[in-house]
Design a protein around this ligand. Sequence first.
Ligand SMILES: [Zn+2]
Length: 275
Amino acid sequence: MQNKPKVKVFVEARYRKLTRDLPQTVYFCPECKGHFRRRKKCERCEGFGKLSRDSVQELVGWVLGKAFGTRKNKFHGSGREDVDVRMLGRGRPFVMEFLNPRESEIDLAELEAEVNRRNEGRLEIEGLCWSDQTRVRELKETPHAKDYQVKVRSEAPLDLDACMENSGARIQVEQRTPNRVAHRRADKTRERWIEILEITPCEEGDLEYLVRLRTEHGTYVKEVVTGEDGRSNPSLSELFGVPCECLELDVLDILTKEGEQISEPERPLPFGHIS
Ligand SMILES: [Zn+2]
């Protein structure tokens, strides 16, 4: 039997994730892998096949997939953040690939508005336009520095002037693979740079601070805060002279490898866009 030729369409946008309960891609249960027969007896996911209700991929894919007339899609993010990390600022670039679409009369501007209408307060997408396979490779292979906002709790009040003495300087951090990912990543030590940009006390909590950080591609930010028993060295705990923990993390911007802001590329306007 001959297989039907595969037709793929690619679209691209940026997403902002406004909640701390949304994975980037479908979060299949690690026990049954979401397999339709095995999941029925699975205790881990209680037959659901997934460990989260939805994901960025699904929230975008349900709307676009319906319009394209196909449920088969792949999601390619320019990196990813942890489930409990918000993605703010201008958002994270991604490409979605739809397989064997049956519809071709597509109004991307309308679909963008529909995704945003249905997910108000959780997810926003912006700049939805046609894309192609070469962009997938670009997104996957381009390293980016990032700006973060970290909500930190310290064991004692921070001396903000002393903490800011290192601000603006590029600090080299020796970082061993964190314990939380050691089961799926090789245990090795990498060198990454960080910059402390700003520290402000939180109004709502004693001993809580918002720290703005710029970090090199591949830096484990939560461990940069705590130090994880010396596995990240130096850490904010060490630089500030007070043990600190990371309460909340937001990505504020995705930068060039060197830490410069990325200027918006010239892109064709989505079909149906009125300017
Ligand atoms: Zn399962």
